[in-house]
Design a protein around this ligand. Structure first.
Ligand code: SF4
Length: 315
């Protein structure tokens, strides 16, 4: 598969995409003799995914990992579904709490790739990865942008281990214990990395070939508008947080992408859940609070924490 082919598929009608996804799910379920489940985040994409999967296999199990960093609306929505007749939803938990992960491994700030690079450059200076990231070795990989380099010198760590501890590991343990394989609501349009992964794997179903993890991604070729159109057409109920202004869900206080001007998560959290907001802002790493670290990240783009914005003439 190449980008042209992906774009062609992404331009299919919603009807074509639905037929395609149902076929993908059906193939995955049949080939694995029903030993599958839906990795359910409670967000709109996985709500669509669960609906599609239930068309193919009405009794399919959905598994939600409560990371401890979820919007209360999402947790409420998942619990409601769990208590709805005909739904089989299981809630699992990570072994560490977000505060412990932040303290032990570092803050999830800026972005997944950049946070990994920063950690390497700070703690494994002599590694090839660090040298490439610092631009000391020629490579096709992109180097750490200059504006983020000074974060290596701060007392607090920025790291990409959080997702591994709060999400990946609990699901990996669940998969191993129950000998089941996940169906996930990931779309190629979400990021360049997801697009590249889809093009490389070449299909929505992966069956462990060449050491790859067995998984199904039936929404790979869907676009954001398709998700909303499907929700409208099927009259699907989605978590309330979308009606309160959230553009996307995921972890409530994740610092990935908080430095972008159009990211409204922090503002929303502060307005809707001020107590939780303050609680998270007091989490620490190496004696530095999440608030202090995030303040520095936002400052790079001339932004402020929602409760630290300077007053304007209109306030
Ligand atoms: S999305 Fe962010 S906060 Fe949530 S587990 Fe991943 S890195 Fe941590």
């Amino acid at each position: 598969m190449d980008l042209k082919e992906l774009r062609e598929r992404q331009s299919w009608t919603l009807r074509q995409k639905i037929d395609h996804s149902l076929g993908v799910i059906d193939q995955f379920v049949s080939r694995l003799n029903g030993q599958v489940y839906v990795g359910f985040s409670g967000g709109k994409d996985s709500t669509v995914l669960l609906d599609l999967c239930r068309i193919v296999k009405p009794d399919i199990k959905a598994v939600f990992c409560n990371t401890g960093n979820e919007y209360p609306d999402i947790v409420r929505f998942v619990r409601e579904l769990k208590n709805t007749e005909g739904y089989d939803i299981e809630i699992i938990y990570p072994t560490l709490k977000p505060a412990q992960v932040f303290e032990k491994y570092g803050f999830p700030l800026i972005g997944k790739e950049l946070s990994e690079k920063l950690y390497y450059c700070k703690h494994h200076k002599e590694s090839m990865r660090a040298k490439i990231a610092m631009g000391l070795e020629p490579s096709k990989w992109y180097i750490l942008p200059k504006k983020w380099k000074h974060f290596i010198n701060y007392k607090f760590d920025i790291n990409n281990t959080c997702c591994k501890k709060l999400k990946k590991e609990p699901f990996a343990i669940y998969d191993r214990k129950n000998k089941v394989f996940p169906i996930l609501g990931i779309m190629a349009c979400e990021s360049r990395q997801r697009q590249a992964t889809y093009i490389t794997q070449g299909s929505c179903n992966v069956f462990g070939e060449n050491g790859k993890i067995t998984k199904s991604l039936p929404l790979s070729i869907w676009l954001e508008d398709d998700i909303w159109a499907y929700i409208r057409d099927r009259g699907l109920k989605i978590a309330d947080i979308y009606h309160k202004g959230a553009k996307r869900t995921g972890c409530m206080f994740c610092g990935y992408g908080c430095q972008f001007k159009d990211d409204n998560r922090l503002q929303l959290c502060y307005e809707l859940y001020p107590k939780m907001y303050n609680h998270f802002m007091n989490y620490t790493n190496n004696g530095v609070t999440y608030r202090e670290a995030m303040r520095k990240v936002l400052a790079v783009n001339g932004l402020f924490l929602p409760d630290e914005k300077p007053k304007t003439l209109f306030d």
